[in-house]
Ligand binder design. Structure first.
Ligand code: SF4
Length: 85
């Protein structure tokens, strides 16, 4: 029996534009905001969710974002390498 496809996760519009983003899978566990508070912010409206305040500015912050991505319990943190111009 066929099952209906799940809706793909949507990126929050509040994310700063760039390679990193948070999707609506987020349950606001705050883990990413503790690991990289300069990059991940928490919006307390609409049930609460994390979003990208600003993109990482150096390799150290990028590494920390990868760690946050690894620890996110809902795989709500996306990374998409920017297209080269
Ligand atoms: S770690 Fe994942 S689920 Fe937790 S606040 Fe960050 S994006 Fe949301």
């Amino acid at each position: 029996m066929a099952t209906a496809p799940k809706n793909p996760p949507k990126k929050y519009t509040k994310n700063a534009p760039g390679e990193w983003s948070v999707t609506d899978r987020c349950i606001a566990c705050i883990k990413c905001t503790l690991i990289v508070p300069t990059v991940f912010g928490l919006d307390h409206e609409n049930g609460g969710y994390a979003y990208i305040l600003r993109q990482p500015i150096d390799s150290e912050e990028n590494d920390d974002c990868r760690e946050a991505q690894r620890q996110c319990p809902l795989q709500a943190i996306n990374y998409r390498k920017a297209d080269k111009a």
